[in-house]
Design a protein around this ligand. Structure first.
Ligand code: HEM
Length: 428
């Protein structure tokens, strides 16, 4: 294996030197603010944002970066605001390789280039028909009932089926992926405790065993799928080792699921809460692209994301030292009135819409094109086939999933079944 030493060289770092990847767990956020459903927590963050672009929370010993301008500054300076130092590896129970999301250049650059080739807008456009077919397939299971839980019946399934297909894993295993993805998200939450961490170990090892079997299979029987590409990839003359393939695959399953599921669920929620906008979209489906961007801006699937400071730096009068931790808050950056007119207004025609829900800079969401396509397909198919869509109850919506993600536990709706599906779902 030509050039293996290069990658192995970087992997030869001791785990604690390399520092763990994406979400810091040593900062425990115990305030009730962080456990409230995000839509009710937003006024609190907006109030902080009105007071200043940076806020220090002494009880949690961390900074919140709240304005659009400063979030962009943080994200365009990965050397100062690192994903790496002091951040533990969220997959550490399942693999020793750090997640892409937690790497800094140059390791990040090499791995990202490999994974990115599978998610270019052109590659994703070729998956459009398949995404629509899968959206029809999941809706077929509930359409006759005239009622569904958007979270359980659509948004938890579709993204997992899509990513399973891209990786070359059986789509019908989505239930396993769902369980594992929930554990990964919970393990990554900033509120996780040491005791809770132990609960995640078993399921993550289960996921490891499952994926190891698939990886071994692709070594001897390469197929036309992303997993085979990872296994046989030549990255600057080096091969990825099994742990790196595991880490990348686990990231795609988890990053590809929770966020997109939240985007679909919140999309239906906010359209139902704004009947004029829902009506506009029903009448003109060409608005789907701007509608999806507005949903992402208005209620970002990932509310806040961590970074660790690597050197002394001034942020709007706050002196941050090496090792200080911060969260960039996409939710307030997306409501920054210096960038968005009438930021609290939900307007599906808003254009331009430079929201930061997919991040910015070198870690900009790799799956953004895919996520947009999945959200468009889900909304389009639901609007086509579910007439007179409305909430099935008036109970307050509960926050679901990990605290840093912006999901709903349930979103129960009822409707009148509309047009039959005209695409060949059996072929999906
Ligand atoms: C609406 C859906 C999604 C949202 C809101 C979202 C959001 C994000 C954000 C905010 C980041 C940057 C995190 C940071 O700055 O540290 C990110 C990175 C990432 N996302 Fe997404 N994501 C979504 C869907 C997806 C999908 C469908 C996939 C793939 C199947 C995916 C894969 C990734 C990966 C691999 C990264 C890491 C990129 C890197 O470190 O270079 N995401 N995402």
């Amino acid at each position: 294996m030509r050039g293996c030493a290069k990658i192995r060289g970087s992997r030869a770092l001791k785990l604690d030197e390399r520092g763990p990847p994406n979400i810091h767990r040593s900062v425990c956020m115990t305030s009730s603010t962080f456990s409230e459903p995000h839509s009710s927590g937003l006024p609190y963050y907006q109030e902080l944002a009105r007071k200043g672009e940076v806020h220090f929370e002494p009880s949690r010993e961390m900074y919140l970066v709240l304005s659009h301008r400063l979030v962009r500054r943080v994200l365009t300076d990965p050397h100062t605001f690192s994903c790496r130092n002091g951040i533990e590896n969220v997959f550490k129970d399942a693999t020793s390789a750090p997640a892409l999301l937690g790497l800094d250049p140059p390791d990040h650059t090499r791995l990202r280039a490999l994974a990115a080739s599978a998610f270019t807008p052109q590659t994703v456009a070729r998956l459009k028909r398949c995404t629509y077919e899968l959206a029809h397939r999941v809706l077929n299971e509930v359409i006759e009932a005239g009622a569904m839980d958007v979270v359980a019946d659509i948004s938890d399934k579709l993204p997992l089926m899509v990513i399973a297909g891209i990786l070359g894993l059986p789509r019908d295993d989505w239930k396993h992926f769902l369980r594992w993805s929930h554990y990964i998200a919970a393990a990554a939450a900033p509120t996780v405790t040491r005791e809770k961490e132990a609960d995640h170990r078993g399921p993550l090892l289960e996921m490891r065993r499952y994926l190891l079997a698939e990886i071994e299979d692709r070594r001897t029987r390469p197929m036309e799928d992303l997993l085979s590409r990872f296994v046989h990839a030549d990255v600057e003359g080096a091969r990825l080792d099994t742990e790196e393939v595991l880490s990348l695959t686990m990231l795609l399953v988890s990053a590809g699921h929770g966020t997109t599921a939240n985007g679909i669920g919140q999309g239906i929620r906010w359209l139902l809460a704004h009947p004029d906008q829902l009506d506009k979209l029903r009448r003109d489906r060409r608005l789907l692209p701007t509608a999806v961007e507005e949903i992402l801006r208005y209620d970002p699937p990932m509310y806040m994301v961590p970074r660790v400071v690597t050197r002394t730096v001034d942020l709007e009068g706050h002196t941050l030292e090496e090792g200080d931790r911060l969260l960039y808050v996409a939710a307030t950056a997306n409501r920054d009135e210096n960038v968005f007119s009438y930021p609290d207004q939900f307007d599906i025609t808003r254009d331009p819409n430079p929201h930061l829900s997919f991040g910015y800079g070198i870690h900009f969401c790799l799956g953004a094109a895919l996520a947009r396509q999945e959200m468009r397909a889900a909304l389009d198919v639901i609007l086509d086939r579910c007439l007179h869509l409305e909430r099935a109850d008036t109970a307050p919506l509960e926050h679901g999933g990990a605290v840093h993600l912006n999901g709903l536990k349930h979103l129960r709706v009822r409707f009148q079944p509309g047009a039959q599906c005209s695409v060949d779902v059996a072929a999906a």
